[in-house]
Design a protein around this ligand. Sequence first.
Ligand code: BGP
Length: 490
Amino acid sequence: MSFPKNFLWGGATAANQCEGAWNEDGRGPALTDVTTGGTVNKPRYITYIDKDGNPGFKKKHDKLPEGAHYAVLEDQYYPNHKGIDQYHRYKEDIALFAEMGFKTYRMSISWSRLFPKGIEEEPNQAGVEHYRDVFKELKKYNIEPLVTIWHFDTPLYLEEEYGGWNNRKLIDFYVRFAETCFKEYKGLVRYWLTFNEINNSMPQPTRDGSIPEWRYQEGIQQLHYQFVASAKAVQIGHAVDPENMIGCMICGICYYPATCDPEDIMWNRHMWETKIFYCSDVQCRGKYPTYAKRIWDTYHVKDLDITDEDLEELKKGTVDMYTFSYYMSQNVTTHTGVEVVGGNMSTGTKNPYLQYSDWGWSTDPSGLQYYLEMIYDRYEKPVMVVENGLGAYDKVEEDGSIHDPFRIDYYREHIKAMDRAIENGVDLIGYTTWGCIDVVSAGTGEIRKRYGFIYVDVDDEGNGTMNRMRKDSFFWYQKLIAANGNTENL
Ligand code: BGP
């Protein structure tokens, strides 16, 4: 048995995917509030009114047409508006987390609930108090909050008026938001993450040039501003309370070469550098890695706005811990004519040794062990797995029970993989499963892609009672936490 005594077992959500109450108590809109629902085959669309007053739909990476304004369209349904109504039901949810024995709950603070447009000098008091109440409720049960400051929810006003993270000014707006969080919740929150899955701004390289070079140019510039914002926030967080443990958060994909062709081995190595190490090398080591130049040159990224002061900030603002989401591995290859599969913010080629979920994501517990050992060896900082889980369909039986043995199997194998990594020396300090209660999917906007131990009675059109129900996995995780991760009889 290798899990340390004070291991932080828990679950994770994000404000925009669970709170709902999108326009209550002074909250301003975020991009997700103008994003429709989709499916595994149909993308989510971002809605707007064009310069002539006509409604329009764009995909995530398309530009907003000249003169258009983001808008909520009357005849569309926006799943994040309601989420799972956690804004009003957080006490009930926290009581359920406590019943499972959670030691920690990872959640995020909606930026536009504190700063509705993002530019205000003073925060919206109703928003500030809401989160204070949530943290106090968690403390009542000795559940340690683990707070993501930015989880995909820049205020819409900043997106539209400033061009979002393409604009250096976002650094100061973000820093004000982060500083407010550190000061207001001093003593209530100790664990913080500056940016969720920060590496998603870096496109995953393709061999066929299907990703236009402007996306690398923009992504890499945006990342630089986020690195500086994160580094400044880390320094402020430490100054406000030296007890604060502040982490980076990486979308962790375990990349494998699909063949032993040396070209594939090299491509795979470069994939790790571009998609996985680029961000955490800066955030953990305080400087750009040598291979950054290779990436910039390859995609003709030029005239980056990086100042000497910025580089100083990066040095001073390194994170205290490495955290990441882990759902899957991906095979990558330089060869053509292979079967392509999707996944969490990534694509790859089909791995014949793995099973795939109904949403086409591979299940690979060994990849988690591989990733943990690789990362710990690289940074030697405490590590947390802050997202892991299986999005699947659930069926409510007539007696109200929900049998999800597939989810239990998924967790058991990933927990065993973490156990092995700890055995091999990794300083793993916590594990929060993704969507410990069903939430709106970030990728597809569906609720039926369920991850939770707790079922929420709501469908993709927003119908339902919002009642919470315990799945079989709820009772399993409760036992697992009580056994501190010992899966022997579970
Ligand atoms: C990560 C995000 C989460 C989350 C999760 C599952 O990328 O940090 O917000 O939703 O993936 O993805 P999905 O909701 O698309 O199933």
